[in-house]
Design a protein around this ligand. Structure first.
Ligand code: PLP
Length: 485
């Protein structure tokens, strides 16, 4: 048995330290305070991606949250401009979702999804409807798993539909991030994220140029570039041999590299190239989805119809872990058969379609729709972007870009050379924001391209809070030592 869980009961009070002041520990003696939790953590937890020595110096012990605000065990409040890890779309503190989970757990906590259950069937119907009504939904537990399942579905589909051919490759793009498993890391294009684990299998994941216009891989400018990045995809397909390629995976707006918004013609062009060579178009909506970019799904800005869609994060606003791989019915048909035909999906996972997670996700989506948070994301996204553009008066702000409530502010030594800001300078900016109560993110481009401040707040963020993010960033950039002149 593990020890009793540590819960905090929050006083619904007002004021600057709304949650912190009358916070008490339940099931633990009152004497266990922040230092004790830090001690337990540092002595026992292996944290993802954060340097542990850094955690020894500075920690955030999250104990409560409401709307867009996180509360530390010391009572300090932070405006979370990253919605956790780009995921708490409907905002924190929706007690209603706890009630939905409790009710479902009392009725049916779990049964494998080889059978059927009520919330998962209803959730699948809801998701299918949001995507146009011509799909089937395969449930998994994380964005990585959703992409990984998509790779496997693409391969199995090709084996079943293209007898005698060997179509197995996934084409991804440099600087993309598609997850943390070996397969999704291989599909991604972030060298430093992979380097500790390489080699990553064979030649089944290949890469093409990204539509990262601020740093165009061809040194060109839109529109005179003639969409060289999309043309490069065709070159890659031809170079690999189309008869070896199963699918192309794209995140419509590339979040991880610092919110690279492609030119309007890019995604339709990619879809056309996939069609031309008989490849499946696999769209990663793990971050873009569920209102984030001002449409329900990112690809809906460009009216393409993907064959496979990976969804996670905003599907439940992270209230419980759940994700899914959604396939067009044209793909699903390949998996429809009698036992003797052996066409069924050749994979399984224990928690897929978990009733409590599905019930919570369904209610989360209903809230998203009832409160028109997608529309709010579009409107407040314009407001955010307008405000961020005012930061261009600082010479270190090289580029501001985004769509909906997903934005990037790329910081450079000089606008002429576009030399990225040094990691230590980025840390000064990020620490300044945090010291002033605002949590911002940073692109994941390794030592070289981690120079974009990323913003992905809960979709319930208010205009006052957006002003605060912009004002704090403004002061952070102004206060940065040795800023370029
Ligand atoms: C675009 C994209 N795809 C996939 C993933 C992987 O999702 P998860 O961390 O839930 O496995 C992420 C994670 O941030 C992501 O940003």
């Amino acid at each position: 048995m593990t020890g009793p869980a540590v819960f905090y009961s929050l006083g619904a009070t007002t004021g600057n330290r709304a949650f912190g002041t009358d916070m008490t520990l339940v099931n633990e003696p009152d004497s266990i305070m922040r230092e004790e939790i830090v001690r337990r953590d540092l002595g026992n937890v292996l944290h993802p991606i954060v340097p542990h020595k850094q955690l020894e110096r500075r920690q955030l012990v999250a104990v409560a949250a409401e709307n867009s605000t996180i509360v530390d065990a010391d009572g300090a409040e932070y405006l979370d401009a990253m919605a956790g890890l780009w995921c708490v779309n409907i905002g924190y503190g929706r007690a209603e979702l706890a009630a939905v989970a409790a009710e479902q757990m009392q009725a049916l906590a779990y049964y494998p999804h080889t059978a059927m259950n009520v919330p998962a069937a209803s959730l699948a119907e809801k998701i299918n409807g949001l995507l146009g009504g011509d799909h089937h939904v395969y449930f998994v537990n994380s964005g990585s798993e959703a992409n990984e399942a998509g790779f496997k579905i693409a391969r199995q589909y090709m084996k079943q539909e293209h007898l005698g051919e060997f179509r197995y490759k996934t084409i991804g793009r440099y600087w993309a991030y598609h997850g943390t498993t070996l397969g999704t890391l291989a599909a991604g294009g972030m060298g430093e994220r992979k380097s500790k684990f390489e080699p990553l299998g064979g030649n089944d994941f290949v890469h093409t140029a990204p539509p990262y216009c601020y740093r165009c891989p061809f040194g060109l400018s839109y529109p005179s570039c003639g969409l060289a990045c999309a043309k490069n995809l065709e070159t890659t397909i031809l170079g690999e041999g189309p008869e070896t390629v199963a699918e192309v995976i794209v995140e419509p707006i590339m979040s991880g590299v610092g919110v690279a918004v492609p030119p309007d013609e890019y995604l339709p062009e990619v879809a056309g190239i996939c069609r031309k060579y008989g490849l499946l178009l696999h769209v990663d909506e793990v971050i873009n989805g569920f209102g984030r970019t001002g449409k329900m799904f990112g690809h809906q800005h460009w009216e393409v119809t993907p064959d496979i869609v990976s969804i996670a994060k905003g599907i439940s606003s992270a209230y419980l872990p759940i994700a899914a791989t959604v396939v067009k019915n044209a793909v699903f048909q390949s998996f429809l058969g009698e036992p003797s035909e052996n066409r069924q999906v050749a994979q399984v996972n224990t928690y897929g379609g978990h009733p409590a997670a599905a019930a919570v996700a369904l209610r989360n989506i209903e809230i998203l729709l009832e409160e028109k948070l997608t529309e709010r994301s579009a409107e407040n996204g314009h407001y955010l972007l307008d405000g961020l553009r005012s930061l261009m008066r600082h010479p270190v702000v090289g580029d501001v870009r985004g769509k909906g409530l997903l934005a990037g502010v790329e910081l450079v030594q000089s606008r002429d050379t576009k030399e990225p800001l040094e990691p230590r300078q980025m840390e000064v900016v990020i620490d300044f924001c945090r010291d002033n109560g605002v949590i911002v993110g940073r692109s994941g481009g390794g030592r070289r391209y981690s120079n974009t401040i990323t913003l992905c707040p809960p979709l319930v963020i208010t205009r006052g809070e957006i002003d605060r993010i912009i004002d704090t960033l403004d002061r952070a950039v102004a206060a940065m030592p040795s800023a370029a002149g």
